[in-house]
Write a protein that binds this ligand. Structure first.
Ligand SMILES: [Zn+2]
Length: 218
């Protein structure tokens, strides 16, 4: 039985299994996309009200490794097709890869600008216009290099029924966070986009200062 459908629906064993979680499933529907059909599932933080959206395709089981991505919201990249970062093409590539694979999960996390929010991200871009790199800009605004917390994303993946992951990410922090949350990472699936000129410095900074696993830039 598909555990996604089962959660909260006439399966007291699974409902009991969600006790102790800080997110809960709120809604589910089908979502046809340019890349193929997905299920879209909404979760909400029980205490903080934070919303999470999961795109899910195919069967998710605890036994088989599941092709998975945590994608952090990037309004400028995902929606406006900004060339300052590789987020938009990464999201599209992840959807294509899940479509090709026949199954998988994308958790979309609303932590814009590595957690600083869109207005502060625009402030950081303004500092970058004056020469700062992405990390210097965050620090000058009084933020950490990366404010993101993946623990509730991990809970969403857990509630969807996956336990073993083929994780689509270049970010060692995400790999570490999911391992600490109890998942077995059977494979890291690189998600590298050939950088266009405006994104080059940003990606070089992520590689050199944040340890991102990028082979396409030196
Ligand atoms: Zn971005």
């Amino acid at each position: 039985m598909n555990r996604i459908e089962a959660i909260g629906e006439n399966r007291p064993d699974l409902v009991r299994a969600t006790v102790g979680f800080s997110v809960r499933k709120e809604a589910e529907a089908s979502l046809p996309t340019e890349f193929g059909p997905f299920r879209i599932i909404g979760f909400r933080g029980i205490d903080n009200g934070e919303e999470f959206v999961a795109l899910v395709k195919g069967q998710v089981s605890a036994d088989e490794p599941v092709l998975t991505r945590i994608h952090s919201q990037c309004l400028t990249g995902d929606v406006f097709h900004s060339l300052k970062c590789d987020c938009g093409p990464q999201l599209q590539r992840a959807m294509e890869m899940i479509q090709e694979n026949g199954s998988g999960i994308i958790v979309y996390q609303h932590q814009e600008g590595r957690g600083i929010g869109i207005i502060n991200k625009i402030r950081a871009y303004s500092l970058q216009d004056e020469g700062a790199d992405t990390i210097e800009a965050n620090l000058r605004l009084g933020f950490d290099i990366d404010q993101r917390d993946y623990s509730q994303c991990a809970e969403v993946i857990h509630l969807l029924g996956a336990r073993r992951l083929r994780l689509m990410s270049n970010n060692p922090d995400k790999l570490k966070a999911l391992r600490q949350a109890g998942f077995e990472i059977t494979e890291r699936v690189p998600l590298e986009i050939e950088p266009k000129e405006p994104a080059y410095r940003y990606m070089l900074t992520k590689k050199k200062k944040m340890g991102h696993l990028l082979s396409s830039i030196f």
